[in-house]
Every structure is written in C-alpha cells, then in structure tokens.
Design a protein. Structure first.
Length: 283
C-alpha cells in the first residue's frame, strides 16, 4: 500500500474518528473523571473521592430499585414488542387490499416524539376530562394514572404502542430478504404455513431478531422521557427508571459526582451485554 493510499484512508476516516472522540470518548472520560470526585451543583469541583461515590450509589436502595424496575420494564416490553412486531411482519409480508395506507398507519406511532406521546397519553387518561377515562367510566371502570397497581401496566402498554412499529420494520425488512424458493420448497413438501414459519423462516431471520432485540432492549433500558412526562417516576418511586434516578441525582439533589458514578455503572452493565449479542449474531 502506497503512502498516498494510506493518507487517503486516514483523511477519509478522520471525520468519523473526530466524531467518535468528541461524542463518545470525551463524554465517557469526563463522566469517569467526575465520578471520582466530590462534585455538587453550584459548588464546582471538590476533592478527589476515589470510589466513594460508587460505594454510596451501590449502598442506595433507591438505585437498586430503579435498576430492577428498568430491567423488568425493558425485558417485558422488548419480548412483547418482538412478538407483536413479528406477527405484524408476517401479516404485511402478504399482498392484500389497502396494504400501503395501513402500513403508514402502523408506522405512525414511531414518528411521534416520546415526550409528545407521553403528553398525549396523559391527556387521554386524565381523571377529569380524558377520552379513555370517560368511555371506561361508562363501563363502570375507574382508571387512575397514579394508581400503583395500574401505573406500570400503563407504562408498558404505552411503550408497546410506540415501539412495536420499530421491531416490525426491522423484522419486515428481514422477511423481504427471504428467498421465495424456500416458501415454494416448503409448499411442495406439504408443510403448513406455521410449520414453514417456525422451521424455515425463523431460523433464516434469527440474526434480524437478535438485532431488533438488541436495539430495542438497549433503548428500553434507557427509557426516560415518556415515563418522566407521565409520572415523574412516581407514585413514590414505582416507575423510577435508572435514567430518572441519574437525572434526579444530578439536577434535583445536585450530586453530580454520584450521578456520574451511577451513569458509569449503568454503562458498564450495558457494555457487558454487547459480547453476548455479538456472539449470537456471529453464529
């Protein structure tokens, strides 16, 4: 490889490397730096505290509650969204009248900002004049957004409504790439439709499934805006996610160092999941 070719590669790679350093390396490094210092809002940088902030976070029961709720929320929503997205993809993988306008309607929720979706959902479930609340009251069903027994299922339903189109779009694109000859071969062998799906189609699009699960799972774990707009992490701390915990530690309690420590712990946890998905995708 000549000097000019090497120089060209570096020149072409430089914008991406610069972006990665500015948007990933520097913020991550600065977060680690803050986590090792006693930093408070309005007081600036204080003394070096070592792993004191990490020990404080790891001893906080509220932090572990937020991690537990976030894991449960991410797992439930991701599994349901994958199943519903797959079923929708199977439906739209066929030709039927009105397919294009219906496809646009299915994809509509993903085009709405999560915070705006949260506001819309809150208005619909408003105790005094919400549309859904009114119709449910006609059936003598009372819905209170801040009922501890209902708030988590409501958050899950809202997340499903918004993000099923995302998993559907990924899986649908995978189905579009399946060789039509596989369907024909299965039909010749007398296989039923669902047997074809389970034994032929699913193994073929398994990598697409893992990609959808990885992207959606990571995003669900980072959920902040919808839940914060709707419940502010309440009632109490019932719906407090890890992201809300970090936000409150930084901007309500003013403990920047502890918030940075919590964010580093969460980031490390998510990074530990990446080798698992990479290994599965490489098979």
């Amino acid at each position: 490889m000549g000097y000019s070719e090497k120089a060209a590669k570096w020149v072409l790679s430089f914008p991406l490397l610069l972006f990665w350093v500015v948007m990933v390396v520097f913020p991550a490094g600065y977060a680690i730096y803050l986590s090792l210092h006693d930093v408070s809002m309005g007081q600036g940088m204080s003394s070096f505290s070592g792993f004191g902030n990490y020990l404080e976070i790891l001893r906080d029961a509220d932090f572990w509650h937020s991690i537990g709720f976030t894991l449960k929320f991410a797992l439930i929503t991701t599994v349901i969204e994958l199943v519903l997205g797959f079923l929708l993809a199977l439906l739209f993988n066929r030709s039927f009248p009105g397919k294009r306008p219906l496809l646009s309607m299915v994809l509509l929720p993903i085009m709405v900002a999560p915070s705006l979706m949260g506001i819309m959902f809150r208005l619909i479930l408003n105790e005094n004049n919400g549309v859904a609340t009114y119709f449910l009251s006609l059936l003598h069903i009372q819905v209170n957004l801040f009922d501890p027994d209902l708030v988590v299922p409501l958050m899950i339903v809202l997340d499903i409504i918004q993000w099923v189109p995302f998993t559907f779009l990924i899986i649908y694109s995978g189905l579009q790439g399946v060789d039509p000859g596989l369907y024909e071969a299965a039909s010749v062998d007398g296989a039923s439709y669902w047997r074809t799906v389970v034994q032929i189609i699913l193994p073929v699009i398994a990598p697409i499934f893992f990609i959808a699960a990885f992207l959606r799972g990571i995003d669900a774990f980072r959920t902040f805006d919808v839940i914060y707009v709707l419940t502010n992490g309440g009632p109490g701390n019932v719906t407090k996610t890890a992201s809300i915990y970090i936000y409150e530690a930084a901007f309500k309690s003013g403990q920047i160092g502890q918030a940075a420590s919590a964010s580093v712990i969460v980031a490390v946890f998510l990074l530990l999941l990446i080798p698992f998905f990479v290994k599965r995708l490489s098979k």
